[in-house]
Design a protein around this ligand. Structure first.
Ligand SMILES: [Zn+2]
Length: 286
């Protein structure tokens, strides 16, 4: 993940599926880079607009991370939703520069994890690229908080992601996981962890016009005290999924800086705020 040699894909990946919130079927074609960084291209729209996978593109963090640009003349929003699982897989697997073509407004949820993306990346492999982006150093603690939730970047000799969640629900309850990418394989330990939702939230989300593509096949659903669609892939699958999401959101920095990332009861909103703060600190240090 860290280093001066940067990579793109050795070959293209094509994958179709249904978007969690829109319920729309889209096809994603991931190509070796013809530009710098990771960026989306809405190939279904005239002019094929480019949406960089950067913090500046974030327009919403409600339930998933949404990126967008605004059309010059009408200020029409051109967006791409639920980018975090694909970006997490690309980043964790070392794909620094890549063109992601998509023919609709939302990345397919697939099985609710990053497993299919990670396996596809492993299958095609990486190629060294001459494209480069700078790596931001983390030289002092940076923390963002909201109530008792927080996420922090702490200077460290190795990159590590540690996460804790605490739900007032017997099936999830308190969970903790810590992952060091250099020691444990992303494909085995993080990528298979699926997104999860509380049964009591589903009706509310549906009434808000969300999760039109949600089903028992692409999310773990938790009742009052048990899972409705077991078995789990890990006993602490939910907190591992939170790490997956955190890596996806941190990928909006380009190369994830070497640090220990520590989160407690956080989510996309706090994750992206941390990204913002890291970027501001890097600019201030110039
Ligand atoms: Zn997620």
């Amino acid at each position: 993940m860290i280093g001066t040699t940067q990579h793109t894909l050795a070959d293209e990946i094509i994958q179709s599926g249904i978007g969690l919130h829109s319920g729309l079927k889209t096809t994603v074609r991931i190509l070796p880079s013809s530009g710098v960084g990771r960026y989306f291209v809405r190939v279904d729209l005239p002019e094929k607009p480019i949406i960089p996978a950067k913090i500046q593109s974030v327009v919403s963090t409600t339930l998933s991370t949404e990126l967008a640009i605004f059309e010059e003349i009408n200020h029409f929003k051109i967006s791409i939703r639920t980018v975090e699982h694909l970006l997490s897989a690309l980043t964790a697997m070392g794909v620094d520069h890549v063109r992601i073509e998509i023919d609709g407004p939302e990345v397919p949820l697939l099985d609710g994890s990053a497993k299919i993306w990670a396996e596809a990346i492993a299958e095609v492999g990486l190629a060294i690229t001459s494209q480069t982006t700078p790596v931001i150093p983390i030289t002092q603690e940076i923390i963002v908080r909201q109530g008792d939730a927080f996420v922090a970047a702490i200077p460290s000799d190795e990159t590590r992601f540690s996460y804790a969640i605490d739900f007032n629900n017997l099936a999830i309850a308190q969970q903790w996981h810590s992952w060091a990418p250099d020691r444990e394989d992303f494909t085995q330990t993080i990528a298979p962890a699926r997104t999860f939702v509380l049964e009591e939230q589903i009706k509310h989300l549906q009434q808000a016009g969300l999760i039109k593509g949600g089903s028992l096949d692409n999310a773990l659903v938790c009742g009052d005290d048990r899972w409705l669609n077991p078995p789990l892939r890990f006993s602490n699958e939910p907190v591992r999924h939170k790490i997956l999401d955190l890596v996806g959101d941190l990928s909006l920095l380009g190369i994830i800086p070497q640090a220990h990332y520590l989160a407690y009861k956080a989510g996309h909103h706090l994750h992206t705020q941390l990204v913002q703060r890291i970027q501001e600190a890097a600019l201030a240090a110039l």
